[in-house]
Design a protein around this ligand. Structure first.
Ligand code: ATP
Length: 339
């Protein structure tokens, strides 16, 4: 449905995107994930037609909608948009906001469609309310209904949950996903939150400094990161400097195949890689221990290596205690150290 091909974009001397390509199928939810400033919003704005294409091409349903010197205006792209601040029309009611994009329909049909969406998002009692009287979560639902009501080919969402509190966010993510999937629409969602991307995406595009670092199914990125950046972006990790000699790294955690024959290596150990063992295993000394309720956060030293672990089993160990731990080697990733 959406094809972005080799798009590059500069703001003056600043190269915000460098030859980025991606495609999104109908019914697919793709998350653009990455740290602040990596170019996510710029890419979204180019897909929407809010930013002209400087280099490369944008296609929607097989039609070129953007390339240098050609730009189909946003309102002709049949693209729905949901922004972080929701951008509802303050002088229109909930129903009128949702009906806004349905002006092509006869009046009665338009009313029926808007009423359908008001019910669909569970706000029939607020049909005649104005946006400023709604909670953030209610505004988000109206913004989504307004985007979906005209049956767009593509929905673009820029950090749509970031202004909301944590419990509400979880519920709204699930509700949003089910509305998007029911509509069968191609969706691009921008977020800097890896949990949100893992939870919502069919595919994640991880971006770094204007380029795609890695793209794939959420678990692929988590299990098979291509770089220390990608590994560290998902979840909490300990980053260790190590050295490869003869194609392997010998460390306090054991021997590992190295990504290079010799030279500096970054070793990433996920917090969930370490678990308390019954007996045997590695000998660790507890340097700090704190219960987070459903799990413990434990500081350990193994030999002279300091690590942080996170596990749920057993009682909270005491500081200074020596305990046996096991290491899940699948949760350890080694990369040649970046310059
Ligand atoms: N209109 C603009 N003029 C000049 N520079 C811009 C403009 N918009 C964005 N930039 C710069 O381009 C780079 C990419 O910005 P962009 O907003 O696309 O990143 P982002 O990943 O969406 O970041 P965030 O999560 O903080 O919104 C940043 O360095 C930003 O400062």
């Amino acid at each position: 449905m959406l094809v972005i091909e080799a798009v590059s974009h500069a703001y003056g001397a600043l190269q915000a995107l460098q030859s980025v390509s991606l495609d999104v199928a109908a019914g697919e939810v793709v998350c653009l994930l990455g740290p602040s400033g990596c170019g996510k919003s710029t890419l979204l704005r180019i897909a929407a037609g809010l930013e002209p294409v400087q280099h490369g091409r944008v296609e929607l349903a097989g039609q070129v909608v953007g390339e240098p010197r050609l730009s189909l205006p946003p309102e002709l792209r049949r693209v729905g948009m949901v922004f972080q601040d929701f951008a509802l029309f303050p002088h229109l009611t909930v129903t009128q906001n949702i009906a806004f994009g349905l002006s092509d329909l006869p009046r009665a049909e338009r009313q029926a469609q808007a009423a359908h969406w008001v019910a669909r998002i569970g706000l029939p009692d607020l049909a005649d309310a104005f946006p400023h009287t709604l909670s953030g979560g209610q505004q988000q639902r109206v913004a989504l209904a307004r985007a979906l009501a005209p049956s767009p080919r593509l929905v673009l969402m820029d950090e749509p949950f970031s202004g909301l509190d944590v419990t509400l966010r979880d519920r709204l993510r699930d509700a949003t996903l089910s509305l998007l999937k029911d509509a069968g629409v191609a969706t691009v969602l921008v977020t800097h939150d890896p949990d949100e991307a893992m939870r919502m995406a069919d595919r994640i595009i991880l971006m770094r400094a204007g380029r795609i670092e890695q793209a794939g199914a959420p678990l692929d990125l988590y299990n098979r990161p291509v770089s220390a950046f990608a590994a560290a972006f998902f979840g909490s990790v300990t980053l260790l400097d190590a050295r490869a000699e003869g194609g392997e790294v010998v460390s306090d955690l054991g021997r590992f195949d190295a990504p290079v024959q010799s030279g500096p290596v970054t070793m990433i150990v996920r917090q969930e890689a370490l678990h308390r063992a019954g007996e045997g295993g590695l000998r660790a000394m507890v340097t700090h221990a704190r219960s987070l309720g459903r799990e413990h956060l434990i500081g350990l030293t193994i030999g002279s290596t300091a690590l942080t672990a996170r596990w749920a089993e057993g009682r909270l160990p005491g500081v200074g205690e020596r305990i046996p731990v096991v290491l899940d080697r699948q949760r350890v990733h080694l990369f040649a150290k970046e310059a």
